[in-house]
Design a protein around this ligand. Structure first.
Ligand SMILES: Cc1cc2nc3c(=O)[nH]c(=O)nc-3n(C[C@H](O)[C@H](O)[C@H](O)COP(=O)(O)OP(=O)(O)OC[C@H]3O[C@@H](n4cnc5c(N)ncnc54)[C@H](O)[C@@H]3O)c2cc1C
Length: 341
């Protein structure tokens, strides 16, 4: 019941947010236009109009709400001066975000132990840099929780201390979403890597968010099943990261997107509430299907801690052929052919 109350609050919050953002009269209303969520031009005195009318951007601005979960890939423009909308923009660190203190470190060590609190420079350098080496943060702290309960305690505490947080999986995302923009605390899911259950009758796999995709593919292969997702980063990317980016990959045309194959999620919201949506039913009509909000939301709404996914049986044989099409119309014919065989 509590979960649903939290969800209701989340949705109400979204509704108010969009209302304000889409209503030009609310341009400068608090709390959504605090200095951190304003985008500054190369001339600091000139402010970019906050309302641009782009859904993608409106949604991404969630990441600048007081409890910042994740960081906005579209906003990592400070080094490259890429266009955010119609004008080149640079983001500023929000002054109301705290910096990590020794008391914070003691708190984190208390819940995660010394091993779950990473401050070593070499490791931090790697997790502050994205896969393309285009974006670099300056985080001084990475936390490695092992359970949803620990994630919940971390987020609740960061929320109360106004410490910004960025979730990180395998750090293979290509848009800089997994690395800090400034000195955010990195919450890594890499220690949450257990397979919880696999049902051979239904083909449903339940696992923790930090499971590496390649390990899941190998596990399922041994069971006679196929992971409906495969991509070049499989040796490093994690299923929680895949879900959070709504990754497509090589098997998308055959098995569909993660919105179809993911059956349930467990997610921790920014205030520490654990939302248990970890259903394992292929047909589930019980109310709102909230997991879809989290698929592809890049950690802006919460940290995914568990995933339940439908996996089809392994094919008895695979034949690969290379076809040369003379025009687009013949490509379309080929797309239709397999379903007729
Ligand atoms: C070689 C290569 C090939 C690729 N091929 C494809 C492809 O074919 N198709 C495709 O769609 N993509 C592809 N990608 C990009 C792909 O989206 C990512 O590789 C992968 O899905 C990200 O997973 P990750 O664990 O590395 O996430 P990260 O890079 O760590 O994070 C990605 C985003 O998700 C957030 N996040 C991570 N974990 C969580 C979590 N548990 N809860 C909430 N938020 C979280 C992060 O904050 C960040 O915003 C490729 C990347 C590479 C390097």
């Amino acid at each position: 019941m509590e979960d649903w109350k939290s969800t209701y609050r989340l949705l109400t919050h979204c509704k108010h947010f969009f209302h304000r953002r889409l209503n030009p009269n609310f341009h400068n209303s608090k709390p959504f236009c605090t200095s951190g969520s304003r985008y500054h031009c190369s001339q600091p005195s000139e402010l970019v109009k906050p309302y641009i009318g782009n859904y993608q951007q409106e949604f991404q601005t969630f990441k600048h709400l007081p409890v910042s979960l994740g960081t906005n890939p579209w906003n990592r423009c400070r080094n490259q001066y890429r266009c955010f909308a119609s004008q080149a923009t640079i983001i500023q660190r929000r002054p109301d975000f705290s910096t990590v203190s020794s008391e914070d470190l003691s708190y984190f060590k208390n819940i995660l132990g010394e091993r779950g609190v990473v401050q070593d420079e070499e490791t931090l350098d790697a997790v502050n840099t994205d896969w393309m080496r285009k974006y670099k943060g300056t985080s001084k702290l990475m936390l490695q929780p092992r359970t949803a309960e620990e994630v919940s305690q971390i987020l609740k505490y960061c929320n109360s201390r106004c410490l910004a947080v960025v979730p990180q999986g395998g750090n293979t995302g290509l848009v800089g979403g997994s690395v800090p923009a400034f000195d955010e605390v990195i919450v890594s899911t890499s220690h949450m890597n257990k397979i919880i259950s696999f049902d051979k009758v239904s083909g449903i796999l339940v696992c923790e968010a930090g499971c590496i995709l390649e390990n899941l593919i190998a596990f399922l292969d041994n069971q006679g099943f196929v992971m409906p997702l495969d991509l070049g980063a499989k040796g490093s990317c994690q299923i929680g990261g895949n879900v959070s980016t709504n990754a497509g990959g090589l098997r998308l045309l055959r098995y569909g997107s993660l919105h179809g194959s993911v059956l349930g999620l467990e997610v921790v919201l920014a205030n520490g509430t654990v939302l248990d949506m970890l259903g394992t039913l292929r047909k589930d009509n019980t109310g709102y299907d909230l997991k879809h909000l989290f698929i592809g939301s890049e950690g802006s709404l919460g940290i995914v801690t568990k995933v339940s996914i439908f996996t089809p049986p392994k094919l008895s044989s695979v034949n690969v052929c290379f076809l040369a099409c003379k025009d687009y119309a013949s490509c379309l014919v080929i797309m239709v052919l397999p379903s007729e065989v």
